[in-house]
Design a binder for this molecule. Structure first.
Ligand code: FAD
Length: 422
């Protein structure tokens, strides 16, 4: 990893070095006509995948929910081969009615192997991208970053949920409330913790903390289990085309189909069983309800719930997820600057075949989207590990086609944007 160059034109810049950005960068080196000097990954963390590592560690996760064929390498069975070659098959965790899942350590060690083999660290520039504008000479985009501008022929946004965590209104100005992904210390010495949330992170965290202290999980709904984030057919592109792409891009219909298909706020069966064991043992209590108000008295947080009960904790930890990425200020800025088309709730309108973000005036902008931001096109698995491959297949094929065409024509690709000619 190095700090950014000053202005220099690179073939493709990936914004975000998480699972999607890392997957895409290695696919670009394989499938699109780029070598290492043509690809950049811009991410503020000191290493690729840092954000995923930190989140997994914070909630005490020890194995993935997704199966062993979903990882950051290209070959579906690459992680399995890596496990076999390193005598680590026992880290492919058997799962009832589902293929095995990799341990977190195996998943990350395999990711590190992919990163090393393709020397992806050398492509990483440590910075935040603050804006994207069209280049006046119609040859690409200019990324404004906290460490200087980068000019690029094409760009892929792989910013995940954008790092804005959801803090409910009742937490305003209150000490003693933390968010699990915001510098939370799971090892802090306390006796009673209240975890707020109803999904996999909340349940995982509650189980982990209940090994050393008394924990109450406060959830609005009963805890429900589902094996995966959505029904498995949603992994297949043909199913996505038949079920999602039949609706108008950016429409509320698309949003509703994806929302219904996602098993939001559910926990997988193995975690559900652990959760039940902990509640039977008495170290973990589940309370259903919503917080109406909260106060801090003598170092203890008191939560008053809608049905009249009160909960007390030495600390309250939120596992309440992210703010929506569709109306993230960075996304707003990029869309406004480049004149990009948006639909229901600010959903980016992408080309269903290439995942290029469409221009309001119908012109071409070399900006592609992967991850949570592509939900309306890639479907319910878009934010997850399987979504990286689905997006990567389309984006790398599109970039290869365009480069082949412009090489054959001897032309530059047109880039649109305010003050930019077609
Ligand atoms: C604890 C945990 C466990 C999970 N387990 C699974 C699982 O088993 N299976 C599964 O399929 N999914 C799982 N998920 C979902 C998981 O989040 C996604 O699969 C994956 O992390 C999403 O990757 P991403 O690259 O889109 O986002 P992220 O991992 O969030 O990476 C996005 C990166 O973009 C960077 N970034 C954002 N904005 C900018 C900017 N303006 N400039 C530069 N960089 C920027 C961020 O710093 C970050 O590093 C899990 C999630 C969590 C939190």
């Amino acid at each position: 990893m190095t700090t950014p160059n000053s202005v220099r034109n690179v073939g493709c810049t990936v914004v975000g070095g998480g699972i999607h950005g890392t997957y895409l960068a290695q696919r670009l080196l394989e499938d699109a006509p780029f070598d290492g000097s043509d690809v950049r990954i811009v991410d503020p963390n000191d290493r690729l995948l840092a954000s995923f590592r930190e989140k997994a560690a914070a909630c005490g996760m020890d194995a993935l929910r997704s199966t062993f064929v979903h990882h950051v390498g290209t070959e579906p069975f690459g992680l399995e081969s890596f496990a076999e070659a390193n005598d680590r098959e026992d880290e492919l965790v058997p799962t009832v009615d589902y293929p095995p899942r990799p341990s977190l350590e195996l998943f990350l060690d395999h990711a590190e192997y992919v990163i090393d083999r393709k020397d992806l660290d050398s492509l990483h520039r440590q910075a935040v991208v603050t804006g994207i504008v069209g280049l006046p000479d119609a040859t690409g985009l200019r990324l404004e970053t906290t460490a200087g501008p980068i000019e690029t022929g094409r760009c892929v946004l792989a910013i995940g949920h954008g790092g804005r965590y959801r803090w409910p209104g009742w937490t305003d100005g209150l000490d003693g409330v933390e968010h699990v992904w915001d510098d939370f210390d799971p090892d802090a010495s306390v006796d009673r913790t209240v975890v707020v949330g109803g999904g996999i992170t909340a349940a995982q965290l509650a189980c982990e903390l209940s090994e050393t202290q008394s924990v109450t999980l406060l959830s609005r709904r009963p805890i429900e289990w589902e094996v995966s984030e959505a029904d498995p057919p949603w992994i297949n592109w043909s199913h996505i085309e038949e079920t999602l792409h039949v609706h108008t891009p950016g429409s509320s219909d698309r949003f509703d189909v994806v929302s219904d298909a996602r098993n939001t706020a559910t926990v997988p069966p193995y975690l559900y069983a652990e959760f039940e064991d902990r509640t039977d043992e008495g170290t973990l209590t589940l309370t259903q309800g919503a917080v109406e108000s909260a106060t801090v008295e003598d170092g203890s947080v008191r939560l008053s719930l809608d049905h009249g009960l009160e909960l007390f904790g030495d600390r309250v930890v939120l596992a309440t997820g992210f703010e929506p990425v569709f109306d993230h200020p960075f996304v707003d800025r990029v869309a406004d600057e480049l004149g990009l088309a948006r639909g229901y709730r600010g959903m980016p309108i992408l080309d269903d075949d290439t995942l290029a973000w469409e221009h309001e005036g119908g012109r071409f902008v070399p900006l592609y989207v992967s991850g949570a931001l592509s939900l309306g096109t890639v479907g319910p698995y878009a934010p997850n590990v399987p979504g990286a491959r689905r997006a990567g297949d389309r984006i790398t094929a599109a970039l290869a086609r365009r480069s082949y065409r412009s090489e054959a024509d001897g032309t530059n690709e047109p880039v649109s944007g305010p003050g930019v000619s077609d």
